[in-house]
Design a protein around this ligand. Structure first.
Ligand code: URA
Length: 250
């Protein structure tokens, strides 16, 4: 079995889920019904990272299945992506009481789970949903979600150095073969932040008669950002294919 292939990734994700499903690392475990670990394609090119599970997610154990999730799924679908092709998770995997913001301690307790998921799925682009996910991934470099939504962050965060190594070495920004015989592994992640769908639902206006969101509102701004994710992914896929061809000839 070649490491980094989808089957290997699926198995690895299952192993980590088994480790985390009874987690008691922070006090969120006291009120939860389910650890909302993550869902989707183990070899996804795009990963979506939200903040924390809400009520419905906690009840059923899957991310983004409530009102916010329904809007996010329709937006993702609207730019031509299939939800099943993405990998979706959150900064913290248990629901905070009354959907309050997760504390620094809770985020820290969940950081190695998030790190391991990113490391295994190894997406080309990470879409952070809302201000907390943006801060978790590009801490110290963000001017806030209003200013940054849709912007591209490359090699984003010390967060990715939690483990400090990959097969013995971390060389940020350097591309070298690791993904198996037919691919390459890039040690640099691209992050594109978008507004949280809960924020869109709260602040934007939707006309039920015309079934349209307000022109120029945060819904449309987010759609433009999601489209830019597609362009970035296509560009990176092309780059990877080129590198794979070069490696084949070596
Ligand atoms: N909001 C999030 O940030 N994540 C979910 O999974 C659901 C709602």
């Amino acid at each position: 079995m070649i490491p980094w292939d989808p089957e290997w990734k699926n198995r690895k994700l299952g192993e980590i889920y088994d480790e985390w499903k009874a987690c008691e690392e922070c006090e969120l475990h006291e009120g939860r019904n389910n650890v909302v670990f993550g869902s989707g394609h183990p070899d996804a090119d795009i990963m979506i990272i939200g903040e924390a599970p809400g009520g419905e997610e906690d009840k059923k154990g899957w991310p983004f299945i409530g009102d916010s999730g329904r809007l996010l799924r329709s937006m993702v679908h609207g730019v031509g992506l299939d939800w099943e092709d993405l990998y979706v998770t959150n900064v913290v995997s248990c629901r905070p009481p009354q959907n309050r913001d997760p504390t620094a301690k809770e985020k820290e307790a969940c950081a190695s789970r998030l790190h391991d998921i990113i490391y295994i799925v190894d997406p080309l682009v990470i879409v952070t949903v809302g201000k907390y996910a943006l801060n978790a991934l590009v801490s110290g470099r963000s001017r806030g979600i209003e200013a940054e939504q849709g912007n591209l962050f490359s090699s984003p965060s010390p967060f990715f150095c939690v483990k400090g190594e990959r097969n013995g070495a971390v060389i940020p920004g350097v591309v070298f073969p690791m993904k198996g015989s037919d691919g390459v592994h890039q040690l640099e992640y691209e992050v594109i932040p978008i507004f949280h769908p809960a924020y869109i639902l709260r602040t934007d206006s939707y006309d039920t008669r015309t079934e349209k969101w307000a022109e120029g509102g945060v819904f449309y701004q987010t759609m433009v950002s999601l489209e830019s994710v597609l362009f970035k992914v296509a560009e990176l896929q092309e780059k990877h294919a080129k590198l794979a061809r070069i490696l084949e000839r070596m």
